[in-house]
Ligand binder design. Structure first.
Ligand SMILES: [Zn+2]
Length: 78
């Protein structure tokens, strides 16, 4: 489980569209469980959106669910 501090660092890369898949997954999992980080992301998006430079990665819900399942599997094997 990444810490909120780690997540806020990842969010900066995420907002700039240069987050790798593994980190992106860690981020998504954390955001699913952590409302303060979701609020931070909303804030970041509002700021970046105002500047018109935020890429929004579109991942289909079923693909996202599949990736989440695989990610859970990786964690169990550790
Ligand atoms: Zn958090």
């Amino acid at each position: 489980m990444p810490s909120c501090r780690e997540i806020t660092e990842l969010l900066t890369d995420y907002a700039e569209g240069r987050l790798g898949l593994v980190h992106w997954l860690r981020l998504q999992l954390h955001l699913g469980m952590c409302s303060p980080c979701r609020a931070y992301l909303r804030q970041l998006r509002a700021t970046a959106g105002a500047l018109g430079k935020l890429p929004s990665p579109e991942v289909p819900a079923d693909l996202q669910a599949e990736l989440m399942r695989r990610f859970e599997g990786w964690k169990d094997r550790r």
